[in-house]
Ligand binder design. Structure first.
Ligand code: ZN
Length: 233
């Protein structure tokens, strides 16, 4: 049955195939993205949000301060911006620096951390996240700061970059250092990335491109003809 060269060739083929597969797939805990599934799982922004009303702020759930409208050059800004410091509650989170965000981003961040990140932090590291290292929020610039590119969601106060997080015991998980590792921190970061795709329409981390090796970018921009397509990298 297993005679001669045929069997040998098959073994070589299988071993070679496994090596190629391992190289292509990389970290085995990153699953394939299914667009239909992403849209089914989406946690959409609170429909009660308007320029006059921001329920997470109005109810005191998020520590933030409303700012006057921002109207900067090249269409940058937002009519109803907030300066966000973090939030209290069962699992308080502090931002390393105040973030300028619109109500949708502030709300989605609060919900994402409360509903998904803290349970994931408990699961992987046995404790909650206490601090977020904010790499960027509002910035009047194009995508990836490239000349002639489309305006960035950062310019609409609709984006937030996380470069690291600190846990209750002082341990730090750093996107650049820990993303590619099989450690608990690496697993936490990759599960953070995937879970964030439910709350944000754009997620780009180190699995995305060269511009996102040291942070995870989260935004609530619109993609595709219907504006419902979700980018999860
Ligand atoms: Zn960003």
């Amino acid at each position: 049955m297993f005679n001669g060269k045929g069997f040998q060739a098959r073994v070589i083929c299988i071993v070679f195939g496994m090596l190629v597969l391992a190289g292509c797939v990389g970290l085995s805990d990153i699953e394939e993205i299914d667009q239909a599934q992403l849209q089914r799982d989406a946690v959409l922004p609170d429909p009660a949000i308007s320029l006059q009303s921001c329920p997470v702020f109005d109810q005191g759930l998020v520590k933030a301060m409303p700012l006057p409208p921002i109207n900067d050059r090249d269409g940058c800004g937002h009519p109803s911006p907030y300066l966000v410091q973090g939030w209290d509650g069962a699992y308080p989170v502090r931002f390393s620096s105040d973030a300028k965000l619109n109500c949708v981003m502030m709300t989605q961040l609060y919900r994402f951390f409360t509903e998904e990140v803290q349970p994931l932090a408990q699961k992987h590291l046995g404790q909650p996240v206490s601090d977020i290292q904010v790499a960027a929020s509002y910035a009047c610039r194009t995508r990836n700061s490239k000349k002639g590119a489309k305006i960035s969601e950062h310019a609409r106060l609709n984006a937030f970059d996380v470069s690291a997080m600190t846990f209750a015991d002082g341990k730090v998980v750093n996107v650049e250092e820990d993303w590619h590792s099989y450690s608990k921190k690496g697993k936490f970061l990759r599960s953070f990335n995937r879970a964030s795709c439910k709350y944000f329409t754009t997620v780009i981390g180190p699995g995305g491109d060269k511009y996102h090796q040291d942070h995870i970018h989260l935004d609530h921009g619109k993609h595709g003809r219907k504006g419902t397509w979700r980018l999860c990298q």
